[in-house]
Design a protein around this ligand. Structure first.
Ligand code: GAF
Length: 392
């Protein structure tokens, strides 16, 4: 199995050269925002529940300079494309499509909230792999939001930023995601996982240093082709929201674990019952994981990770054969726990392993992939990185 190269290396330098080549001038500044993995707490965010992501070292870097008119010119080094949109186009959700919708969406969300967003020239470089479930879109939104907020001196409190970036994605790009990915990209702290209450948006940085415990978090890109992701995601969200209505609660977060059996009795659709069971038990697993990390017992979170995977596979039905194979192979090779991370239907698997066994576990996953005839996966180990920031 291929190991990805050292992330983040000189993107910050590269983006200056890219900007200069595109625009013939030096940028006014540079900003960066990371991708994320979610340690546990999947599809709980839009149910007002709990999540525990951490930021990856892989990030998106934006170099930018303000201009005097409401016009945004954006170069993507990843796609080799330049797009331009003006205020009128930014004000029409859906007008700009593709990767540009995340940039235009941020401009729209800021303008819609009444902020005087400056026009700008931007150049973007990133080593967050797109389409791997590592929140490349949230990294792009968060980097652009951070850049425009600074360039325009908008005085935008950091607490308000994730919801704005989420609106960009919900309304402009049309993806009905929760707030986890944008919150992770903007608010994570190096060496910590982010314990977020997605209802109140209260958060706590939980120290998470696998290396200090002789461990590593192996991130395995399943390489499974993402199919129907937005439609299936929206269907899961709709099922959860209709279950909450049927149960007479504002959100599934309000179904307590000790009230789960009674709640399930009140629902007659077996599929909906399983969706509810996933969300309620997953919230509990996040709380238990946080308690174990606070107590410094990192390996003990492994069984919770694995239970989360089983719940996603059997109750929420968002896994695919590639990720199930990767999880099973990682566990057989000695991982303390393994689970798919992110929205599902492909994406990445996390495995908590002894640091000196990361490669062995990765090789075991590759061998299982060969047996199944799947495209070989790609892996790296990830330590919790920093959230969005200006670069000096
Ligand atoms: C995707 C979404 F964008 C998040 O909001 C979250 O719901 C996640 O899937 C599942 O936990 O990443």
């Amino acid at each position: 199995m291929a190991e990805r190269g050292e992330p983040g290396a000189d993107l910050a330098t590269q983006v200056i050269r890219v900007f200069e080549r595109q625009y013939g001038e030096t940028p006014a500044g540079r900003w960066a925002a990371p991708g994320r993995v979610n340690l546990i707490g999947e599809h709980t965010d839009y149910n007002d529940g709990f999540v525990l992501p951490f930021a990856l070292p892989q990030r998106t870097v934006v170099a930018a300079t303000p201009v005097d008119e409401p016009l945004w010119t954006v170069w993507s080094e990843q796609t080799g494309e330049r797009i331009t949109f003006d205020g009128e186009q930014a004000d029409k959700p859906g007008h700009v499509t593709g990767w540009g919708s995340y940039v235009a969406g941020v401009v729209w969300a800021l303008r819609d909230a009444g902020h005087p967003v400056p026009g700008a020239r931007l150049a973007i470089a990133s080593d967050v792999p797109p389409g791997a479930g590592l929140s490349s879109s949230a990294a792009l939104e968060s980097a652009v939001l951070t850049a425009l907020a600074d360039l325009g001196r908008l005085g935008l409190p950091v607490e308000a930023r994730p919801a704005l970036a989420q609106r960009a994605e919900n309304v402009y790009a049309g993806m009905p995601c929760g707030v986890m990915d944008q919150a992770a990209s903007i608010r994570c702290r190096a060496g910590h996982a982010l314990f977020l209450d997605c209802r109140s948006l209260d958060l706590e940085h939980i120290p998470f240093d696998p290396a200090a415990a002789g461990l590593a978090v192996l991130v395995i890109d399943s390489r499974a082709p993402h199919r129907h992701v937005t439609g299936e995601y929206a269907a899961r969200r709709a099922a959860c929201e209709s279950a909450a209505r049927a149960l007479g609660v504002p959100a599934l977060r309000d179904v307590p674990l000790d009230g789960l059996a009674a709640a399930l009795d009140r629902l007659d659709d077996d599929v909906v019952r399983r969706r509810v069971r996933h969300v309620v038990t997953e919230n509990q697993r996040v709380l238990e994981t946080v308690a174990l990390l606070r107590a410094g017992d990192v390996t003990a979170i492994g069984p919770l990770m694995t239970a989360s995977h089983v719940s996603m596979r059997d109750d929420f039905e968002i896994t695919v054969p590639e990720v199930d194979t990767a999880v099973a192979a990682a566990l057989s090779a000695g991982a303390y726990g393994a689970r798919m991370t992110g929205g599902g239907f492909g994406g990445c698997v996390l495995a908590l392993v002894d640091a000196d066994r990361a490669e062995t576990v990765a090789d075991a996953v590759t061998a299982a992939y060969v047996d199944h005839g799947f495209t070989p996966p790609v892996w790296f180990t990830a330590a919790p990185g920093a959230g969005a920031t200006a670069l000096s």
